[in-house]
Design a protein around this ligand. Structure first.
Ligand code: 5GP
Ligand code: MG
Length: 470
C-alpha cells in the first residue's frame, strides 16, 4: 500500500463476506453492494461481487473501496439469482489484483465462486502437494486452495455438500465462507467458529453476512449466527443446514469485539458496543487514575472511553478529531513531512485539552507508533498529564487466523514490558485491561474465545506455520 507507516492499515487484516439468494426479484448485485458497504470497515483494499445467472457466474472485482470498484454500469451488468461479495484486507497473499475476491473458477461441473474471511494454517502444505501433482495456481491466496479441493471432491463425490464436508476435513484454520454455485448459495463456518458469519432473511430471500450490521443495512432480519462447523445451503427450496462438528465449541476471535467488528453488530449473542463499553468500565476499575477528562482515540477507542468515563465519573469529551476523508489515494508524505502528517489524520482539540489531566483510551497498541505520536500531540496541545489506557491486554503473540500480526517483531509488547512501552510512548502512566477482564466483556456470548494473540494459546495446532512467523 502506498502509505507511510502511519497510514497503513497495518496489523489487523480482515475481510468481510456477504451473500444473497433471491426468491423475490431482488437486484442481487446492488443488494450485495449495499451489504459490502456496511462491511467496508473489515477491508479496504479490494472489493468484488459475483452473481450466478442460469449456470454462469459473472463477476467484477478490483482494488479499492466498494464505491470505487462499482458503478451503475457495472452493477447493471451483474444480473442473477444469487450473489456473493467480498471486501478484503490481505492476509495470505500479497496485495495484488489477482488476489481480490470472490475467486471464480470454471471446472468440470460448471462454475463456482468463493469469498473467504480467515486464514488457513496448512494452506502452504496443501498447496505444495497439489502443485507437485501439477495443479496451477493463479493467485497466492488460500481461497484458490479451497476451490481446488472443492472441485476435486465435487467431481469425485457428485455433490457440493459432500465436497464441502471433505474439504473441511482437510483444511485447517479459520474460514467464514460464502460459496456460489450455479444454483446455490452456501455459507460455511470453520469448526472452531473463529470468524463470524450470520444468516438473515428478507421476504423469501436469504442472506449471509460477516456481521449483523450488514443485515441491518439491507433491512434483512437476523436469523442466527452459524454454528461452528456448520454448512448452510440455500437454494430454490429454502435453507438446509449440515452440522459437521455437532457439539463442537466455538472459539470466536476476541478481537472481533475489541477492534474489528462494527459496534452496532451482534456476534454469537453479544453486542459489540456493549462489550466495548464494558471493557472501558472494567479498565477503569482495574487501572484507575485521577484525571480531569477521558477521551478516546477515534474511532476504535471511543466506546471504551465512554465506558471508562461512566465507571470512573471522570467527564468524557472529544479530545481528538479524526479526518474522515483520508482515502486510499492519499499521497504518501515524504520523510520530512511525516511528523507533520500525523496532524492530517488526527488533531488535538486544544480548547478541551489545555491544562487538563487526560485519560486517553484506545482499544489496542500494536507497534506503538501512532500512540506515541498522539500522546505527543496531546502534550503539545497543553495536556498536563496523559494517562494511556488500553481496553485489551498487550498483544504479545502472532495471529494465525486472519489477523495478520504477521511477525512478533512488530508487536511492541512482545519485546517490551509495560513500563518500557510507557516510556516509549511518553505517557505519564499506562494500563491495560487484563485478559480475565476482557473475556467477561462480550456479555451474553454463548461461546469461548480465541486469545492466541494475547496469551499464545491457540485453539488449533499452529506448528506448521509457527516458524515462518517467529
Ligand atoms: P499503534 O500505536 O500501535 O501504532 O496504533 C494503535 C492503534 O492502531 C489503535 O488505535 C488501534 O485501534 C489501531 N489498530 C489496531 N489494529 C489495527 C489495524 O489492523 N488497522 C488499523 N488501521 N488500525 C489498527
Ligand atoms: Mg484505532
Amino acid at each position: 500500500m502506498a502509505f507511510c507507516d502511519l497510514y497503513q492499515d497495518k496489523m489487523h487484516e480482515e475481510c468481510g463476506v456477504f451473500g444473497v439468494y433471491d426468491r423475490d426479484q431482488l437486484d442481487v448485485a446492488r443488494f450485495v453492494y449495499y451489504g459490502l458497504y456496511a462491511l467496508q470497515h473489515r477491508g479496504q483494499e479490494s472489493a468484488g461481487i459475483a452473481v450466478s445467472d442460469n449456470g454462469s457466474i459473472l463477476y467484477h472485482k478490483d482494488m479499492g473501496l466498494v464505491n470505487e470498484v462499482f458503478d451503475d454500469v457495472v452493477l447493471n451488468h451483474l444480473k442473477g439469482k444469487a450473489a456473493i461479495g467480498h471486501v478484503r484486507y490481505s492476509t495470505t497473499g500479497a496485495s495484488h489484483r489477482e488476489n481480490a475476491q470472490p475467486m471464480v473458477i470454471k471446472y468440470k461441473n460448471g462454475q463456482m465462486a468463493i469469498a473467504h474471511n480467515g486464514n488457513l494454517v496448512n494452506s502452504a502444505v496443501l498447496r505444495e502437494k497439489m502443485e507437485d501433482s501439477g495443479t496451477i495456481f493463479q493467485s497466492s491466496n488460500d481461497s484458490e486452495v479451497m476451490l481446488n479441493i472443492l472441485s476435486r471432491y465435487r467431481i469425485l463425490s457428485g455433490s457440493i455438500e459432500e465436497a464441502i464436508i471433505k474439504m473441511m476435513e482437510e483444511v485447517k484454520g479459520s474460514y467464514a465462507l460464502v460459496i456460489l454455485t450455479s444454483d446455490k448459495l452456501i455459507g460455511v463456518r470453520d469448526p472452531l467458529g473463529i470468524r463470524p458469519l450470520c444468516l438473515g432473511k428478507i421476504g423469501q430471500s436469504y442472506v449471509l453476512a460477516s456481521e449483523s450490521c450488514a443485515l441491518d443495512a439491507v433491512e434483512a432480519e437476523f436469523i442466527r449466527d452459524l454454528y461452528p462447523g456448520e454448512v448452510v445451503i440455500i437454494g430454490e427450496d429454502g435453507v438446509k443446514s449440515i452440522r459437521t462438528s455437532e457439539g463442537g465449541r466455538t472459539f470466536l476471535c476476541i478481537f472481533e469485539f475489541v477492534y474489528f467488528a462494527r459496534p452496532d453488530s451482534f456476534i454469537d449473542g453479544a453486542s459489540v458496543y456493549k462489550a466495548r463499553l464494558e471493557a472501558g468500565k472494567r479498565l477503569a476499575i482495574e487501572c484507575p487514575v485521577e484525571a480531569d477528562l477521558v477521551i478516546g482515540a477515534p474511532d476504535s477507542g471511543l466506546v471504551a472511553a465512554m465506558g471508562f468515563s461512566q465507571q470512573s465519573g471522570i467527564p468524557y469529551g472529544e479530545g481528538l478529531i479524526r479526518n474522515k476523508y483520508m482515502g486510499r489515494t492519499f499521497i504518501q508524505p515524504n520523510q520530512s513531512m511525516r511528523e507533520m502528517s500525523v496532524r492530517i489524520k488526527f488533531n488535538a482539540m486544544k480548547s478541551e485539552i489545555k491544562g487538563k489531566r487526560i485519560v486517553m483510551v484506545d482499544d489496542s497498541i500494536v507497534r506503538g507508533t501512532t500512540t506515541r505520536r498522539i500522546v505527543q500531540m496531546l502534550k503539545e496541545a497543553g495536556a498536563r498529564e496523559v494517562h494511556m489506557r488500553v481496553s485489551s491486554p498487550p498483544l504479545r503473540y502472532p495471529c494465525y487466523f486472519g489477523i495478520d500480526i504477521s511477525s512478533m517483531k512488530e508487536l511492541v509488547a512482545s519485546r517490551h514490558s509495560v513500563e518500557e512501552i510507557r516510556q516509549m510512548i511518553c505517557a505519564d502512566s499506562l494500563g491495560y485491561l487484563s485478559l480475565g477482564g476482557l473475556l467477561k466483556t462480550p456479555v451474553g456470548a454463548g461461546c469461548r474465545f480465541c486469545t492466541g494473540c494475547l496469551n499464545g494459546q491457540y485453539p488449533l495446532d499452529v506448528s506448521e506455520v509457527e516458524n515462518e512467523k517467529l
